[in-house]
Design a protein. Sequence first.
Length: 269
Amino acid sequence: MTDLVERLVPGELWVLFRRVVPPTEVIRPQGGGRRRAGDREALAAIIFVATSGCTWRQLPPVFGPAWPTVYRRFAQWSRDRVWARLCRVILDELGARGELDWSRCAIDSVSVRAAKGGHLTGPNPTDRSRLGSKIHLITDRNGLPLSLGANMHDSQGLEPLVRGIPPIRSRRGPRRQKPAKLHADKGYDYGHLRRWLRSRSIRHRIARRGVESSTRLGRHRWVVERTVSWLAGCRRLHRRYEREAEHFLDFGGIAAALIGYRRLGRVST
């Protein structure tokens, strides 16, 4: 079990996670009771569920904590916004090492089927007879996720995602929070979005419906499309099984954190 936990939660990732997880004090004045399951084992089990796509009930007992314990820990950390804070810490480390390129960012989305329905689902664009959800993300020029959202139409996703980019450290100068230029496809072709980006001094390159070819932006947008394929490595995102929209978004946050951590590991070596 120790080898599996250390493989899923390496030492550096565990150090970063401990910086964002709230401390938990278990006080039993009367004594006794069962010992609390370790956070590292619970985190490894959550990552296993995210990457393998298994259900909570299918979680193997090799991790130690039972599946209800792991699910409760996931729900508690989700309420505490641990996954968003972990993404920010990883982005801070990448920014401080000069690994983020803000000169040309891109936004894109992907539709997934919502197998069990739930809050904030709608007709799947690829199959109107079934319910679906969307995952939106903004990446830097290297394809590193800067902001993630879900369960919104394209016209509603751009502003929250740009606002959701956290202030990130840079190798030189103050923290950075705004891309210099943003590329997007025709799904974001709305006049109010163009005006909003201009008001924030963000240059934009958004394909126009009925005017430009859908392939014109491919030489720049392929980066974010590659990141979408990286998100598919989190098999829990292949379909939305969570009835709670927040939990579906939290699995996206876990996937984004793992993508950033893998880049951080390559930089460290």
